[in-house]
Design a protein around this ligand. Structure first.
Ligand SMILES: Cc1ncc(COP(=O)(O)O)c(C=O)c1O
Length: 383
């Protein structure tokens, strides 16, 4: 597929929020959708279904197939062998975060969140009436790391759960096995449950790898719920389909106290497209990853040469660049500055927690030429 072949006028005809939230003179580089068309097998599948009016309720077999496809993928990609009976379909990953908090902890219990982080983590805890325990990632020589000393100081008698994000949005960290093992030790020592959002696992770029947290050991698995989907890596977020893996029957039974109809059924397109993505989409994804790596390099070299005062460490995973603009000493936020002066819509770092103030997140999953335009506009806004 030719990822260079993106036309702005055509992108603006899309109905999704990425290209519709801002006026036409603004280039969007915010919400985590890619601009590329989904892979051929997904487009072909959806085309065929529409042609024969195949838009009715999905049958039970579609749900079974989703769970089986996830089990196959977990083993093929990550050498992680899991039981299909422990896999539960969800409408989306964030639903799983809320469901885990509501069923696996009690009101007033504490849940640890590690900002800067994908904003729904920060909303889920207070909205679920749990106490939020902030354990910010530490910046060590420009790289974000889990601060285990701080974590252990903050854990109290009612701290029950860690809401973990790996690979991490917005910092792009793909935590190493060693880092995960050190975290696992703390989890065991303080008897925590872990809700591990691994939605970006298939977007790990060369130089790093993904280790499912639950795969570390049987003791860790039995206290971990893993959430993921095909929606980020295969660019089908509007289809709403995800899965949860429960490391123990007990966690799964507690989660199942949310009635099935309240959780809601999945759309037939999401179920089928996810199966096709996981089973037939890898050649396309390999090409996307190679393209994203070139974009990652472009952002890195451009920021270094042309965005003075903006500090940046290239992400190990995701197509998101986390840009530290604190040294620019702007009057307002860098988000507002680049929106007004560059006509580029980035994500406001402040939405990722107070530690994100002074940062912006740039989505580089677009063509080289659109990315170049975005970067040049940003450079002009700093000139
Ligand atoms: C870390 C993380 N979790 C979850 C989501 C959203 O997943 P879903 O749309 O399945 O709720 C995103 C979207 O960008 C994300 O970055």
């Amino acid at each position: 597929m030719d990822f260079d072949d993106l036309d702005i006028a055509t992108l603006r005809r899309r109905s999704g929020e990425k290209w519709n939230t801002y006026p036409d003179d603004i280039l969007p580089a915010w919400v985590a959708d890619m601009d590329f068309l989904p892979c051929g097998p997904i487009r072909e599948l959806l085309r065929q279904r529409i042609e024969i009016g195949d838009i009715g309720y999905p049958d039970d077999a579609s749900y079974v197939e989703l769970r089986e496809a996830y089990v196959e993928r977990a083993e093929q990609r990550y050498g992680w062998r899991i039981d299909v009976d422990r896999v539960v379909p969800l409408t989306d990953v964030v639903q799983g975060i809320y469901g885990a908090l509501l069923t696996l902890t009690d009101p007033g219990d504490g849940a640890v969140v590690q900002p800067p982080i994908y904003p729904p983590f920060l909303h889920a805890v207070p909205e679920s009436r749990r106490e939020m325990i902030l354990n910010p990632l530490a910046e060590v020589d420009g790289r974000y790391e889990i601060d285990l000393d701080d974590l252990q100081r903050r854990i109290g008698p009612r701290t029950r759960m860690l809401l973990f994000c790996n690979p991490q949005n917005p910092t792009g960290r793909a935590f190493s096995r060693g880092e995960l093992e050190a975290l696992a030790e703390v989890v065991l020592r303080y008897d925590l449950l872990v809700c591990s959002d691994e939605i970006h696992a298939d977007l790990v770029l060369s130089g790093a790898s993904h280790v499912p947290f639950s795969s570390l050991s049987p003791e860790i698995s039995e206290r971990t719920i893993t959430l993921t989907s095909a929606t980020k890596a295969f660019n089908i977020a509007g289809l709403r389909c995800a899965v949860a893996h429960f490391g123990s029957a007990e966690l799964q039974q507690r989660y199942a106290t949310i009635p099935e109809h309240y959780r809601g059924g999945l759309g037939s397109f999401g179920l089928a497209a996810t199966v096709v993505a996981w089973r037939s989409g890898q050649p396309w994804l390999d090409e996307v990853l190679a393209y994203l790596e070139r974009n990652r390099a472009l952002v890195e070299s451009f920021a270094e040469a042309r965005l003075p005062g903006v500090r940046h460490r290239a992400p190990q995973a995701t197509y998101l660049a986390w840009l530290d603009c604190r040294d620019l000493q702007l009057d307002g936020s860098p988000y507002e500055h680049f929106l007004r002066r560059a006509r580029v819509a980035l994500s406001d770092g402040a939405a990722f927690g107070a530690v994100g103030e002074g940062f912006v997140r740039l989505n580089f999953a677009t063509s080289h030429s659109i990315l170049e335009e975005i970067l040049h506009r940003m450079a002009s806004a700093l000139a």
